[in-house]
Design a protein around this ligand. Structure first.
Ligand code: ZN
Length: 303
């Protein structure tokens, strides 16, 4: 069981990796001090990227910063079952070069420390529960909207989906009236949530999101899909917090648009006021560090 606890006591140094589709962020963490060293390694071929990560940890070890355990919060699909022979292995998915790569075995062998692996979103969710926007919640969801879409779900004291993990990014959503022609980018389903609302999908039909004006209908469609995702989460789980993270949520106006669409679509079915919705649907409290801190949290569970 993955209980989020205070973890008081000794303060070991922990290694963490936020293994993302475009960057592997490596870090060393100590409770009370936070991230004490970090580096970014581009996600290319597995051998090249993992060697880059290893170099960072070896350089730090030479300076005397030696971790006792490592946690990896990784993109998926991923085997996250500690009882499985292939625990820690990236499975067949969109990043085909990485299929079959066992992150746990690689770093355990190279660094001789125990390694825990979970999904990037489960890691970020655990970190947000302990240190961030979902602190004090008994149930919460973390949804990342980046090159893909994924979610970690936490309810009644544990992550949901064990010994596998949710694939929430692939739920079906209703099409926005002004967005019916786009086929969607998901290689499996076409126009699932990820196929329509990932950063890549938005870029594909409307251009670079950074250059997209705030009042562009692309943002309205995006918010419409994300609001449906939040409604599905509310109806199924009644979480206290839905944390929306990932690169696309860096657009500061998007969270407000999602809340507005949520209010319209929910049609007061759950009796939520605007203030309730603003309290429910939030951006990460840990910003860009959620993944790294998630890895640190995972490392803490085995150190
Ligand atoms: Zn899909």
């Amino acid at each position: 069981m993955t209980r989020v606890s205070d973890g008081a006591g000794a303060q070991p140094i922990l290694a963490t990796i936020d293994a993302g589709g475009t960057t592997f962020k490596c870090g060393l963490f100590q409770e009370g001090r936070g991230i004490i060293a970090s580096a970014r390694i581009p996600t290319t071929r597995p051998d090249e990227t993992l060697k880059g990560c290893l170099k960072f940890f070896r350089d730090q070890a030479e300076k005397g910063i030696k971790p006792g355990a490592m946690g990896i919060a990784s993109f998926g699909p991923l085997d996250v079952d500690p009882n499985s022979d292939s625990y820690g292995t990236i499975l067949a998915g969109p990043k085909s070069l990485w299929a079959g790569t066992n992150l746990k075995v690689y770093f355990e062998t190279a660094m001789s420390i125990p390694v825990a692996v979970d999904t990037d979103v489960n890691g970020a969710l655990l970190a947000e529960l302990k240190w961030g926007a979902a602190q004090g919640s008994d149930s919460a969801a973390y949804v990342t909207i980046g090159t893909g879409i994924g979610a970690g779900l936490y309810c009644n004291g544990d992550l949901i989906g064990k010994p596998s993990h949710p694939e929430f990014g692939h739920i079906q959503v209703k099409r926005h009236e002004a967005d019916k022609d786009f086929k969607g980018l998901c290689s499996i389903h076409g126009d699932c949530l990820e196929g329509l609302a990932s950063a890549n999908a938005l870029t594909e039909r409307f251009g670079n999101p950074i250059e997209l004006p705030e009042d562009h209908m692309g943002w309205e469609a995006e918010a419409y899909y994300l609001a449906q995702a939040c409604i599905a989460l509310s109806l199924a789980l009644r979480p206290e917090r839905i944390v929306l993270g990932g690169g696309l949520m860096l657009a500061p106006h998007l969270i407000g648009k999602v809340r507005e669409q949520y209010k319209n679509l929910a049609n007061n079915y759950l009796g939520q006021s605007e203030a309730d919705i603003a309290d429910l649907i939030v951006t990460p409290g840990l910003g860009d560090d959620a993944g790294l801190l998630g890895g640190a949290y995972l490392a803490g569970t085995i150190s």
